[in-house]
Design a protein. Structure first.
Lengths: 203, 464
């Protein structure tokens, strides 16, 4: 009912349009910010842009352990497949790491370690593909989220990241920690999602 | 008492504290927008023009793209519902919930849902609806309505919010620190997310090619609402389509920068169906309600360019009228210049009541300059003024033209009137000779009347 009625209303609304606008088409370069990309490597641009939105970039377990201890957040979840490079190192350093995300304890996890599938240098964003994230709640409910990826997975530009979306039914780009400025325009981080967003590059 | 047009009455009566929240907040957003766009791009105007052409192309082929979007969404495993009217949209949402015996849900910010007063309808039908965007959550607690497209509580200050939290039992004590307010909402809302059976969201874009629904938030509330829910309902206006995924690059780059001066909003989610079977979290069912609710009337009007709008609120932030009057003065979910054009046509049966909105503008053009899809807002305001005139919609302060015609066609009477009008400089408005003139004067601050001086000057110049 509604379907046919909407379509017929659209057609009659457009009846007076003599020349329908063509799609203008565009080159990727038209939408890419050269300034954001800079002259250095995509990794350098990613680091600069991600840090500008208060994300942290790490490459070793030590600074992560130091951060967790400093904040007193030593109980968390780790994707079982990431125990080997990262989870075991945290356990060895005295953190408690679980490899099964128990939904009933969503508020207990202080950090969550999951896989990112890519990143975007131009915008400083992490790409989380749901099909490759062990549990999307683990990337969301803890105060600290550690997204693990490899340097070669970084896309240079936003149009490249769009071209690489693939067939997954759910993909999210994360550009820094969760934030709001609803109260008097004052920036507060960690609204519903993580207050600390970390990109962790594997060797 | 002067009879004012409704928007003028709001601007006149606005509380000083509220006006300064609105004015300061929107000016800050305008500055951030400018620095984000102009430091990142050599020619941001080229990007705006590109976006406007893609939107025009989409609107001119909306029937084709709507059919394409429908089949893409279905291919992805989504249920597609069409809703021609506001009733249809409310019914569609309610019956999805009823059929699944769902009584508890969270909702992330959606202007489309504000249009159709969805919350009221669901609550009346015994469904517990909780707004999860911090600003919308506070609006709901206060029984208020949002006053800004992107920042719903721009008209409130921290003290007011802290009092609300105490009154509503969100917190035991009064604390107006914005960080404390945010933490308290975090604790309260995450419990609700976990209990909810469904989530309702809007949608910023739908790619017709892939059927991806794109949703942007800064807080992560839609993501959190979706993770534990079994049903996701996205309520989306039919004008939100873009042809392909690739086009999204243009709009995503413009939306965050225009709205909040961010290169990208924190969470940009591409959803093209229910969760993968292998995943523990995420909705098992996804429903997309494609809503018309007057959009085809706008498409048929001579203001169809307004359908290019991506709801960034840049025009609202920059508008001197909005900054003075605040969003509630626009009496619809859409404030500022976009509201002044969109609301009178989108809610067509309310046209006479909303016809003051297009008149409340100096046509300064700032709205057009900041619009990411280059909508010629001042032109559209003029077209709507013309429509109001043609439809003979009377408004306070309309001056009868017949007496003016008599004055203007008789040089002797004109001269006398011009000279005598000098007396008006010192007369209170109430002493103006006719009521419409009183109303007209009540809505303006005129410079000191110097009637007749030009003639004297010219005469003197000629005799010299």
């Amino acid at each position: 009912m509604s379907r046919d009625s909407i379509l017929s209303k659209i057609r009659s609304a457009l009846a007076d349009v003599e020349t329908k606008a063509e799609h203008p088409g565009f080159e990727d370069a038209a939408v890419v910010s050269r300034v954001r990309l800079g002259d250095g490597s995509p990794i350098a641009a990613f680091t600069r842009n991600f840090e500008a939105v208060h994300g942290r970039v790490m490459r070793h377990a030590d600074p992560l352990v130091a951060l967790l201890k400093e904040q007193g957040r030593t109980f968390g979840y780790c994707d079982p497949e990431l125990m080997n490079p990262l989870g075991h190192a945290l356990t060895a350093a005295g953190c408690t790491v679980e490899t099964r995300y128990d939904r009933t304890r969503y508020d207990d996890y202080e950090f969550g370690i999951t896989r990112a599938t890519a990143a975007i240098a131009e915008t400083g964003s992490l790409v989380l593909d749901d099909a490759r994230t062990s549990d999307r709640l683990a990337a969301l409910s803890p105060w600290i989220h550690v997204a693990v990826l490899r340097e070669e997975e970084v896309h240079a530009t936003l149009p490249e990241a769009i071209a690489g979306l693939g067939n997954s039914r759910n993909i999210i780009w994360v550009t820094g920690p969760s934030k709001t400025a609803d109260v008097e325009g004052i920036l507060i981080e960690g609204v519903h999602g993580p207050g600390e967003q970390i990109a962790f590059f594997l060797d | 008492m002067v009879n004012r047009q409704p928007i003028d009455a709001y601007a006149h009566d606005i509380d000083e504290e509220k006006q300064s929240s609105v004015s300061g907040g929107s000016a800050a957003s305008t500055d951030k927008r400018y620095s984000a766009l102009f430091s990142d791009y050599e020619d941001p105007n080229a990007l705006r023009r590109l976006a406007s052409r893609i939107k025009d192309h989409t609107l001119h082929h909306l029937d084709d793209y709507l059919e394409q979007a429908e089949s893409s969404l279905k291919r992805n495993g989504c249920h597609v519902h069409f809703a021609d009217t506001d009733d249809d949209a409310r019914d569609a949402v309610l019956s999805i919930l009823r059929e699944r015996e769902i009584t508890r849900l969270t909702k992330s910010k959606s202007m489309a849902s504000e249009e159709i007063h969805l919350n009221d309808h669901l609550i009346k039908n015994d469904i517990e609806v909780l707004e999860s965007d911090l600003g919308e959550f506070i609006i709901q607690l206060d029984g208020d309505v949002p006053s800004h497209i992107v920042r719903p509580i721009i008209h409130k200050n921290r003290r007011e919010i802290a009092r609300t939290f105490q009154r509503e039992g969100i917190a035991d004590d009064y604390n107006d620190d914005p960080e404390a307010i945010t933490r308290r909402a975090r604790v309260h809302l995450r419990e609700k997310y976990m209990e909810a059976e469904a989530v309702i969201t809007g949608g910023n874009f739908i790619s017709a090619e892939s059927g991806r629904v794109v949703l942007v938030t800064n807080e992560g509330n839609s993501r959190f609402g979706m993770a534990p829910s079994r049903v996701h309902i996205a309520l989306v206006g039919i004008e939100k389509l873009v042809p392909t995924d690739r086009d999204l690059a243009v709009f995503l780059n413009l939306l965050g920068r225009s709205a909040t001066g961010q290169q990208l909003t924190v969470y940009t989610e591409f959803i093209s169906g229910p969760k993968d079977d292998s995943q523990p979290s995420g909705p098992e069912e996804m429903h997309v309600v494609l809503m018309n609710n007057g959009r085809t009337d706008v498409l048929a009007s001579n203001c169809r360019e307004i359908l290019r709008c991506i709801r960034c609120s840049a025009c609202q932030n920059v508008c001197p009228v909005y900054r003075q009057a605040s969003g509630h003065a626009y009496r619809s979910p859409y404030g500022g210049p976009v509201g002044a054009v969109l609301s009178p046509i989108l809610f067509g049966d309310r046209f006479p009541e909303l016809a003051d909105l297009p008149k409340a503008s100096s046509l300064c053009g700032a709205c057009n300059e900041v619009c990411p899809v280059d909508i010629p807002l001042p032109d559209l305001l003029l077209r709507l003024r013309d429509k109001a005139k043609r439809e003979h919609i009377p408004q306070p302060g309309d001056l009868p033209m017949a007496p003016f015609a008599t004055l203007a066609t008789s040089p002797a009477i004109w001269r006398t009137a011009m000279t005598m009008s000098k007396a008006m400089n010192h007369l209170p408005i109430e002493m103006a000779p006719v009521r419409p003139l009183q109303d007209w004067l009540g809505q303006r601050t005129l410079p000191e009347w110097r009637g007749g001086d030009f003639r004297k000057w010219l005469k003197k110049r000629q005799s010299d």
